[in-house]
Design a protein around this ligand. Structure first.
Ligand SMILES: Cc1cc2nc3c(=O)[nH]c(=O)nc-3n(C[C@H](O)[C@H](O)[C@H](O)COP(=O)(O)O)c2cc1C
Length: 507
């Protein structure tokens, strides 16, 4: 004791004072923590809602804490490269390396096991297509009967994500990136914002069940507003959303925290309230009414019109094709976007996300086959979406017969998404799905637009490499016999045997 006081008397006075203050502070902090623990202990013992906390007061809280941390630890330390869902580390890293323009070759050997059922294997040919003097990418015309058809060759495009579900800098980066890469961007169901137009890319305007951006005061489709949207030269097509993979039969959910003044104005809804759209278009109860709606929007906008749906039941598609023949082929939707049952969203109920709607691997060949059988394959273009974010996934979709692929979450990764799974919380750490200005600061639209462009370029290149290895000059020339699917016994079968291309049943 005497040696300590003699030590402090040796220190300069301001150091001794600071040490004294720190000692007092330390005692206070320890006292306050002890008091908080005692209060928590009393509260946990008295409360009746949580059995764990009643039986294990105070330390029971650690369970919640560790469960929360577990999500991060698993991602960084414990999950293997090919394990995580919805996207594993290998896929995310591929997008990350591609977007940042880094070399995305792999050393030593593949970490992918080739025996699990469903694995896709392409059949390379002995004499691949020479990559010198390649012909230009073929373009596809959508909506030949509309007054302003749309022609594009892009094999990967940006799927619908509304301004509201994603932030202003995210929309700006996607719009500019799409223009740099020459692909289209779908607005999602939240209407058209100035930020979609800013980059100058081609735009597909989506009409959701609440008709955001093209609705009147009663929430009905407004022709004047439709014309206004169509008058933008960037808007090339209109997509009626019947359903999306993550929540078939459920309308969009935009939490009140995300309904800012600006978003409310763009959508035509009240500010600061949860915005829940109807679970279907109230005026579309059957295929006739769907064809009527398509015809009406095409007439008003003069541009191609199609619809997006996740497929479950499919008899209605056959019925629709019959009715198209009865009305004339010009009455057909100009495109169908087939979304996978395991598609993503900003917010959706788990039972719908997990167990309703077919995955794209089943539904895409099914839809294509219906169109082939009914002789409408050339008339109706098909767009596929659902976890198609690597060259192999794209090449599978083109082998099955799709005309286009779109992706939402692939582009979120390109913007820097780390799969934090917080899209419904306004706390997205990368600024993509939040309207918190502080978090948005991390997302620089200029920098991220280049990443979006790089991602598109690498995805195109990678898919073309697979096509060349299979002996065809571009992905759209891939056929079902170019692709094999591993079965439960570990052996692969040609996609063409699993889904034989049907004969056109001529009428
Ligand atoms: C944040 C977010 C918002 C979305 N918003 C919409 C939307 O407004 N309209 C829509 O049809 N689909 C929406 N989707 C679904 C995607 O467009 C896409 O169909 C689905 O995620 C499958 O593609 P992916 O696996 O490449 O993400 C959204 C998806 C995400 C992740």
């Amino acid at each position: 004791m005497s040696s300590m006081s003699s030590m402090s008397s040796m220190l300069p006075p301001f150091v001794a004072e600071t040490l004294n203050l720190m000692a007092i502070l330390f005692v206070w902090v320890v006292g306050l923590v002890a008091m908080a623990v005692v209060l928590l202990l009393i509260y946990d013992l008295m409360q009746k809602r949580n059995a764990i906390l009643r039986n294990y007061p105070v330390i029971g809280h650690l369970r919640v804490f560790f469960e929360h941390l577990g999500m991060f630890f698993r991602q960084y330390f414990f999950a293997m490269d090919r394990e995580e869902m919805p996207f594993n580390r290998a896929e995310r890293n591929w997008v990350e390396r591609s977007s940042s323009g880094k070399d995305n070759t792999v050393a030593f050997g593949s970490t992918k096991t080739l025996t699990p059922s469903g694995t896709v294997i392409f059949v390379n040919c002995p004499f691949p297509v020479l990559e010198t003097g390649m012909p230009p990418r073929p373009a596809v015309v959508i909506g030949p009967f509309s007054r302003q058809p749309y022609e594009t060759g892009s094999i990967i495009n940006i799927s619908g994500m509304s301004y509201g579900a994603i932030s202003k800098p995210a929309v700006l980066a996607l719009s500019k990136g799409a223009a740099l890469a020459g692909c289209w961007m779908n607005t999602g169901e939240g209407g058209l914002s100035p930020y979609h137009l800013k980059g100058g890319c081609d735009i597909v305007f989506q009409i959701g069940t609440a008709k955001y951006g093209v609705r009147d005061a009663d929430g009905k489709l407004c022709d004047e507003r439709l014309k206004e949207v169509a008058s933008h030269k960037e808007v090339r097509m209109f997509e009626i959303k019947l359903s999306q993979g993550a929540k078939p039969g459920k309308g969009g959910i935009l939490p009140a925290t995300k309904v800012t003044t600006e978003i409310a104005n763009i959508r035509g809804i009240p500010e600061g309230q949860d915005s829940i759209s109807p679970n279907r278009h109230p005026e579309v109860d059957n295929v006739s009414e769907l064809l009527d709606m398509i015809a009406h929007i095409r007439e008003v906008t003069e541009k191609p019109v199609g619809f997006k749906a996740v497929i479950g039941a499919y008899g209605w598609l056959e019925q629709m094709c019959e009715e198209i023949h009865a009305r004339g082929v010009e009455s057909a939707p100009d495109f169908i976007t087939v979304d996978s049952g395991d598609g993503g969203t900003g917010a959706a109920p788990m039972p719908l996300m997990d167990n309703v709607g077919l995955p794209i691997k089943e539904s895409l060949p099914m839809v294509l086959d219906i169109l082939i059988r009914t002789g409408l394959r050339d008339r109706i273009k098909v767009i596929a979406s659902g976890k198609l974010i690597t060259p192999a996934e794209l090449a599978w979709a083109y082998s099955a017969g799709t005309d286009f692929v779109t992706s939402a979450r692939g582009f979120m990764f390109a913007l820097g998404c780390i799969q934090a799974m917080k899209c419904n919380k306004n706390t997205c750490p990368t600024g993509i799905t939040t309207h918190d200005r502080r978090l948005q600061k991390g997302l620089d639209p200029e920098d991220k637009s280049v990443r979006v462009k790089n991602f598109v370029m690498k995805l195109r290149k990678g898919t073309e490499i697979i096509a060349h290895s299979c002996g065809v000059s571009h992905p759209r020339a891939l056929k079902r016999f170019h692709c094999r699917i591993v079965q439960a016994d570990g052996k692969s079968m040609p996609l063409i045997d699993l889904h034989p291309v049907p004969e056109h049943a001529a009428k």
